[in-house]
Design a protein around this ligand. Structure first.
Ligand SMILES: [Fe+2]
Length: 257
């Protein structure tokens, strides 16, 4: 029997095993209230302390509507804009599959939200972090391209036994990085954008804020259990995106030499 060559060649993505339904209709009024409380606290605090593309992404994607966003509705706005698709997951995705998702322009979104009595404690990233923190930037074409590039490099780095290097570059930029915009240092990373306490800490506390370089960031460990001991400041979003997109596996490995 003849097979359609396109369908016969199409393999399910290796990361598909991590997908679960979002089951948006199952979120309770309390769940939606947690989102609204976090959103109402975070947006006024961030004000113009965060990079302009983030602020533009919120209304562009309809993220300013009340309640936890329905991923289908969000994808209807995001996918035509930059080719990214938000995919629901039940919790942390291992690094190998996480970077494979990014390389396919798929971004994992936890299908749960923190409890109302622990707004500032996260055992693992929930949908407020994943959506509010990351998704506005995925609507910005240069970041959309950067995230895919990080995914491809991450897959190659992990296969070559250098996963820690790409994890550090990811962490010190799109997760917990700061960036210069005009004369000001602003929030870039999703971990800061979505955290009331750490956004303030990163900008205001007496904590080192060294200039971002690929070599320094690749050499610097990070914490995923407490606030960061330092925050790298990129010269500009464009320059850091260009530097990361130009990096190949050999270049990444050379950073650790
Ligand atoms: Fe994140």
């Amino acid at each position: 029997m003849l097979q359609d060559p396109i369908i016969a060649d199409r393999q399910p993505a290796a990361w598909a095993d991590y997908l679960v339904p979002q089951e948006w209709a199952h979120f309770t009024a309390e769940n939606h209230g947690v989102w609204d409380t976090l959103f109402a606290r975070q947006v006024p605090y961030l004000g113009n302390r965060i990079v302009a593309p983030f602020l533009a992404g919120i209304p562009a994607l309809g993220l300013d509507r009340p309640g936890i966003p329905d991923l289908d509705r969000l994808n209807a706005a995001l996918t035509p804009a930059t080719g990214w698709t938000l995919v629901p997951v039940a919790g942390i995705v291992p690094d190998q599959e996480f970077f494979a998702m990014l390389s396919d322009r798929a971004f994992p979104i936890g299908n749960f939200i923190r409890a109302a009595d622990s707004l500032d404690y996260l055992k693992e990233p929930d949908c407020f972090h994943d959506i509010f923190g990351h998704v506005p930037m995925l609507a910005h074409p240069p970041v959309a391209a950067l995230m895919e590039a990080l995914g491809r490099l991450g897959v190659a780095a992990i296969a070559a036994g250098h996963g820690e290097l790409i994890a550090r570059l990811y962490w010190h930029t799109v997760e917990f990085g700061l960036v210069r915009e005009g004369d000001e240092v602003k929030i870039l990373g999703a971990g800061l954008a979505s955290s009331f306490g750490e956004a303030h800490f990163a900008l205001e506390a007496e904590v080192p804020r060294p200039r971002f370089t690929l070599a320094d960031a690749a050499a610097t460990a990070y914490r995923n259990d407490v606030f960061q001991p330092l925050y790298f400041v990129s010269d500009s979003l464009e320059s850091t995106a260009e530097a990361l997109e130009a990096l190949d596996l050999d270049g990444l490995i050379a950073l650790s030499a």
